[in-house]
Design a protein around this ligand. Structure first.
Ligand code: 5GP
Ligand code: ZN
Length: 116
């Protein structure tokens, strides 16, 4: 999708340091980090929301490689034992601002709050 910021990063139209990449997913640091480590784990295929991914029958496949990638990034950052939080902001009330599906990995410090 040409106007999508994450698609542009993937196509290298916008420079960004890729922390992790495989055939399905790539990971970059969030531009406005909310914790010491804040990484976005982004499926390469553009789905705006979880529900769009589901409508293409991709949810099962996605769940597997997406979560595996998050665990891999946590190991790369050496926060797999200290812990971290995985967040998906789904839709308007969930606070989603970029409509290309992504998972937030937050850690590197003790996170305040729990859910909201
Ligand atoms: P959402 O609000 O949709 O859950 O998450 C979108 C995230 O993307 C936000 O945390 C925001 O800071 C981040 N973001 C927006 N534009 C860019 C960008 O150009 N580069 C990077 N690395 N992160 C971005
Ligand atoms: Zn996109």
């Amino acid at each position: 999708m040409s106007a999508c910021i994450f698609c542009k990063i993937l196509k290298k139209e916008i420079p960004s340091q890729i922390l992790f990449e495989n055939e399905n997913v790539f990971a970059i640091r969030d531009i406005q980090p909310q914790s010491k480590e804040h990484v976005l784990i982004i499926p390469k295929k553009h789905y705006s929301t979880l529900h769009e991914a589901e409508s293409y029958g991709e949810l099962e496949n996605l769940s597997k490689f997406w979560l595996s990638a998050a665990l891999e990034v946590s190991k790369q950052l050496k926060i797999d034992f200290s812990g971290y939080r995985l967040v998906i902001n789904q839709g308007e009330n969930g606070g989603q601002t970029v409509f290309h599906l992504h998972l937030h990995l937050l850690g590197g410090e003790r996170l305040s709050g729990k859910f909201v």
